[in-house]
Ligand binder design. Sequence first.
Ligand SMILES: Nc1nc2c(ncn2[C@@H]2O[C@H](COP(=O)(O)OP(=O)(O)O)[C@@H](O)[C@H]2O)c(=O)[nH]1
Ligand SMILES: [Mg+2]
Length: 304
Amino acid sequence: MSFFEKLKNGLSKTRENFTERIEELIGGSVALDDDFMEELEMLLIAGDVGMKTTEKIMQAMHKAIVKREIKTPDEVMPFLQKYVAELLHVEGQRMHLTGKPSVVLVVGVNGVGKTTTIGKLSNYYRLLGYKVMIAAGDTFRAAAAEQLKIWGERAQVEVIAHGEGADPAAVVFDGVKAAIARNMGILFIDTAGRLHNKSNLMKELDKIHRVIQREIPAAPHETLLVLDATTGQNAISQARIFLETANVTGVVLTKLDGTAKGGVVIAIKEELGLDVKWIGVGEGMMDFRPFEPESFVKALFTKN
Ligand SMILES: Nc1nc2c(ncn2[C@@H]2O[C@H](COP(=O)(O)OP(=O)(O)O)[C@@H](O)[C@H]2O)c(=O)[nH]1
Ligand SMILES: [Mg+2]
């Protein structure tokens, strides 16, 4: 199965929940009247696109209707497709990997897919020719380091780990030292995602930052926030907390396979101002790609 097919299959529930309902509305409407607009607005909100984004889309549609760019319900879908693709447009360089080594800090709450993502990313960059190392900064959860070591073996990269309960900053310190000494291109740092207490999270991330920056002042070069697409709007509220505590440079959106809440991609960009840089569509090493707005929109809006 090609990646696009995987993505399309993964988004089939989102299509049912979102695209197909809009199609039904369009099919059952003869005019672009207030009822139509209200109904469409409801469907966008229900599709996890977010309030702010929904308003923006509705305003753009009103404008297009006034300007006679859209005259009938049939013209709504092509408009939406084009508009959403423009909203999702990604600018500039995807990942800033200019350091020697570049440090990529991976944050997010427990269970969203941080460790899995680090495994996938490590493999991805190793195949591109980078020398990659991983620091197992999640020392909180039992077996977290073990899970990372298994990924390290699969991806053929070295994992720096201490025992359970160790100080994450100490692991990060060792990781940074080792990465410099061994001339690595990228050091990925896994973290624990304890969100029960914002000030604890902040303290832990602060400490990790200080340790990294003592050795590499420009690091971390990227701070990737991992969000689980199946949690919809909750992912957005989680993200806000991390935005307050870490200098997030991009989002990895996992579990797009099988979620009905794929519309959250649009909300992440519009409500949080963050680019989705990577998407996950499964648990395997290759179920993972850079986020491409065009293929995402195509997968979201194309019928089976
Ligand atoms: N279906 C699916 N499962 C995923 C994806 N990414 C991660 N997972 C699963 O989510 C669970 C939690 O992942 P993990 O990497 O341990 O999360 P962490 O606690 O943030 O490190 C594991 O069972 C992973 O296999 C994805 O893109 N799709
Ligand atoms: Mg983990």
